[in-house]
Design a protein. Structure first.
Length: 146
């Protein structure tokens, strides 16, 4: 009876050890797979950040070129306006011309401000898009894991 009991205990112990070993191996493989997914996800995050930075740099470069063009046009307009002031023959004509030019400058400033605000908003949306895609993917992965 003692031999049978010892054999049963040995078999149960070996079975338990094999089960524990198999579970540990499965857990290790699962953690390795998860680490691989985390690495791939992190790489995707870095790539999204790099893409956002490229979009920002490109957008700012385009806006800077636009500002340079606008500045050149404004300088040319100012030069023409100064010449028109020099041709004024009376104080009333000066006031009329000044009023007209001030109205034109105000309208141009409002239009430029609106244009620049729209461009900045568009650029901000384009810059954030790759990051937004990664956030959506992260939320999707969390929902699948839950």
């Amino acid at each position: 009876m003692t031999t049978t009991t010892t054999t049963e205990y040995t078999e149960k112990f070996q079975t338990a050890l094999k089960d524990a070993s198999a579970k540990a191996k499965a857990a290790f493989e699962k953690s390795q797979a998860n680490l691989g997914e985390v690495g791939a996800f992190t790489k995707g995050n870095v790539e999204a950040l790099v893409e956002s930075t490229k979009i920002l740099a490109s957008g700012l470069q385009a806006m800077t070129k636009g500002y340079a063009t606008e500045s050149k046009t404004a300088f040319e307009t100012l030069s023409a306006e100064m010449k028109s002031y020099a041709a004024v023959k009376s104080p009333s004509e000066l006031l009329e011309k000044h009023s007209s030019l001030m109205r034109a400058h105000f309208d141009a400033a409002v239009a430029a401000s609106s244009k620049n605000s729209e461009a900045m908003l568009k650029l901000a949306n384009e810059v954030f898009q790759p990051i937004s895609n990664r956030v959506s993917l992260a939320v999707e992965k969390i929902h699948k894991a839950a």
